[in-house]
Design a protein around this ligand. Structure first.
Ligand SMILES: Nc1nc2c(ncn2[C@@H]2O[C@H](COP(=O)(O)OP(=O)(O)OP(=O)(O)O)[C@@H](O)[C@H]2O)c(=O)[nH]1
Ligand SMILES: [Mg+2]
Length: 226
């Protein structure tokens, strides 16, 4: 059955319920934002397909950063990503979503107290690995950073425009592997500009350290303006 002919999705009642859920989420997201501002911290939502290097980037950030940060992790199952970050001295709280393919504002709200935001400068939220759903659910963070790794292919920006239109920054990750995957970073830069002019793209590698300084400079700049 096509989406157009699915009676449930065309049903006004279903549409009304979906709209109410999204509105309720926006209210929770606004409360989260107020909390982050009160604590004086910059909150960044990291989104990407599974395995593009979000946790590895946070591990590399922990080694190089001159600011204090905590992480709220989102995965369907396991505590693995939070454990990886704790192992490098980062305060981390794991949200297990079960069947949900994205975090929502309420989940983040529930994680705030157990994580503790005091004495932090930056909060990263590592969303569930998925290049579609997380883009439609505001969390109250100040910035959306979208990662695209070179093994995923350089054609993804225009194929997943909903996600890339939300990006305040695009990170091309695993750039050390670019030549093996015929990945054209300039093409990605152009297509990001096409969707959302003035959005910067940084190519980086957590393995070689390329681009990490630029990533840290971006965060420093945002903290000064935040
Ligand atoms: N060559 C190379 N491999 C990388 C780089 N960054 C991450 N990886 C590898 O990519 C794999 C996935 O990395 P993760 O950091 O777990 O990816 P993730 O986005 O957090 O994954 P999920 O949380 O499952 O969505 C791991 O095997 C990493 O070692 C990089 O810069 N270069
Ligand atoms: Mg991860």
């Amino acid at each position: 059955m096509s989406i157009e002919s699915n009676p449930h999705l065309n049903n006004p009642k279903t549409l009304e319920v979906m709209s109410r859920v999204l509105k309720a989420n926006d209210t929770e997201a606004a409360a989260n934002r107020a909390c982050f501002e009160q604590m004086g911290l910059l909150a960044i939502n990291l989104m990407s397909g599974p395995g593009s290097g979000k946790t590895t980037l946070l591990e590399a950030t922990a080694k190089a950063a001159d600011f204090r940060f905590g992480v709220i992790e989102g995965d369907l199952e396991t505590e693995r990503d939070a454990d990886r970050l704790r192992a490098v001295g980062v305060r981390a709280y794991q949200i297990v979503t079960g069947t949900s393919c994205h975090l929502n504002a309420k989940m983040v709200q529930k994680a705030i107290n157990p994580l503790g935001l005091d004495e932090l400068d930056v909060l990263f939220v590592e969303n569930v690995g998925n290049l579609v759903c997380p883009a439609s659910h505001e969390l109250g963070t100040h910035l959306n950073v979208v990662l695209l790794s070179t093994p995923e292919g350089d054609d993804k920006v225009l194929k997943y425009p909903v996600m890339f239109r939300k990006a305040d920054l695009v990170l091309v990750t695993k750039v050390d592997l670019a030549e093996h995957f015929d990945f054209d970073v300039q093409k990605v830069r152009r297509e990001v500009q096409q969707l959302r002019p003035d959005t910067p793209t940084i190519a980086l590698s957590a393995k070689t350290g390329e681009g990490i300084e630029q990533w840290l400079a971006f965060i420093a700049q945002q903290r000064n303006g935040a």
